[in-house]
Design a protein. Sequence first.
Length: 323
Amino acid sequence: MPKVKYVYNPKALSYEKVQIKWRDRLLKALWFLLTGLVFAAVTIFIAYQYFDSPKEKQLKREIEQLSFQYELLNKRMEQVGSVLEDLQERDDNIYRVIFEAEPIPGEIRKAGFGGVDRYRALLNFDNGSLMLESSKKLDKISKQLYIQSKSFDEVFKLAKSKEIMLQSIPAIQPIENKKLKHMASGYGWRMHPIYKIQHFHSGMDFSAPTGTPIYSTGNGTVVRADAGERGYGLHVVVNHGYGYQTLYGHMSRLAVRPGQKIKRGDIIGYVGSTGTSTAPHLHYEVIKGGNKVNPISYYYNDLTPAEFEAMLEQASQPTQSFD
């Protein structure tokens, strides 16, 4: 039952019943409602601003856990990176050395991957820097693993063709040279026999009578057999593959033709003194990767350790070359 309100009238000396209009009632109700809404809004604002809801607390715990997992993942990727670096070191300095293959250049192994735009979206997150670091490490490891996988594929192919490679790489002396009687001049700076000046002798000279057979020191293909290059006279160049070539100069007679397939030990010509030469001899060169190297390192199928030491001593003497 609604309360009845009375007001005292001093003139009439009596209480009079107050009649409340419906408009006043409505305004009063609206006032209470507005006050309640404002109070509720302030309470909710304070609650959301300074207190976490159960859902927010759960999400924050999940974020902390994810951040922790990201940090663990970064540490594990660092460990994987260390193992990968060890594999790369072994690949370049052991496996590829065994199979006479060039190491993979560092600029290929550590080339860049992607640009700034690749990771820009990650920077919008609260833990963006952590996520960005992890993404970069993962991309780097993925790229290096791909390169290493391709390298191992190549090494595997080299291993399968190892027997062919060993038969192709120069490994014997180019003339029969028992007791090392035919060596005349070694690789290095020597006195030129004609001009009498110091010049770099890019091969080894083997003195022998004219007509002495000359043998190919490894399997390969003849790429030159002529007298077209000044100084070498009649000479033969054999491509052995795997970056190796050999040159045989000053021949008296050729026994092969360009394009001919030959094997180690096949006769390719005969000792002479054609071209720039002062006496019958064979000038022999080993060319690896386009560079002329010391042939003395490529007689391992012919020489015992003692014979190698003796040849090394003979080759180091500052004698005059024959060409």
